[in-house]
Design a protein around this ligand. Structure first.
Ligand code: NAD
Length: 258
């Protein structure tokens, strides 16, 4: 599959490395980054070098079948409609862009009209497969509890403290750094208004923890992940970058698990 990558930062680098090392059967045709040097650095990983795009138009007019966005919410908002219009599939890492329900509906309709797919990797969390299955019937509760070191919130605390308890909409407004995880969970589950969020600062934790509790007519499950941060970007969990590779692998493989 011919792919293009927008965003050559922490996640983009892990994706490019996986393709260059043939972990995934895909051919990287184009790299695009507002900082051209970052794209040039990644192109050096390849024997057969991908082209550096001057603008999104280079990618849209090419034979690329899948465009991977790993840049920013602003970039996703700007580029996704163009990618779909050009009848190309998309993988979106900046899932937070779909906190805008209007934008989500417009992209859903556009994807249907153009007969293309939009893939949203599970990112920094897991159990999205079980939540999707559970959501086929009634869900009573979906709660996300995020526990991070106070420094992640710019705080110095000696004791554990609950910073927030409310729904995902308010959580995103007050703690935008949690936006991708909250939106992924909301989209797979019961929507952004009904998804409950709790945010805790705890000086004893080093890794970013996410706990997911789901109750529904299927029964209930609990999921917990303790994420190491990406060696390239302390704001990004390494698992999020790995989820992009796993999604790409699922797309190109004839067998799709989960
Ligand atoms: N889904 C998840 O769970 C999850 C987890 C972590 C990060 N993310 C999101 O994925 C995205 C990438 O994360 P990262 O850690 O790799 O970030 P990063 O800052 O390390 O890299 C982003 C790269 O994109 C480039 N860029 C930004 N805006 C651009 C634009 N308009 N056009 C072209 N290039 C642009 C930057 O120059 C940079 O090189 C972010 O939006 C982040 O919030 C999602």
């Amino acid at each position: 599959m011919k792919v293009a990558l927008i965003g050559c930062g922490a996640i983009g680098e892990v994706i490019a490395e996986a393709i260059a090392n043939k972990k995934v059967k895909a051919k990287l045709e184009y790299l695009l980054d507002s900082n051209r040097e970052k794209a040039e650095k990644l192109s050096k990983l390849f024997e057969e070098k991908p082209k550096i795009a001057n603008s999104i138009e280079d990618i849209l007019s090419s034979e690329v079948e899948l465009v991977i966005e790993a840049a920013s919410i602003k970039a996703a908002r700007q580029f996704l409609p163009k990618i779909l219009e050009a009848k190309k599939n998309a993988m979106v890492m900046s899932v937070g862009v779909f906190a805008d329900e209007d934008f989500y509906e417009r992209m859903l309709t556009l994807g249907e009209e153009k007969n293309v797919k939009i893939f949203l990797p599970s990112g920094a969390i897991g159990a999205i497969d079980a939540l999707s299955s559970a959501s086929m019937e009634e869900l009573y509760e979906v709660t996300l509890t995020t526990i991070k070191n106070p420094k992640s919130f710019g705080l110095e605390l000696k004791e554990r403290k609950t910073l927030f308890r409310g729904n995902a909409i308010e959580a995103i407004e007050k703690f935008p750094q949690n936006i991708n995880v909250a939106v992924t969970l909301a989209l797979a589950g019961i929507g952004i208004k009904k998804t409950k969020v709790e945010i805790i600062a705890d000086p004893k934790v080093r890794r970013n923890m996410h706990r997911i509790k789901v109750r529904g007519s299927f029964g209930e499950f609990n999921f917990e992940v303790k994420n190491e941060v990406s060696p390239k970007n302390p704001k990004t969990s390494y698992l999020a970058a790995l989820s992009a590779i796993a999604t790409l692998k699922r797309i190109v493989s004839p067998i799709k698990i989960g």
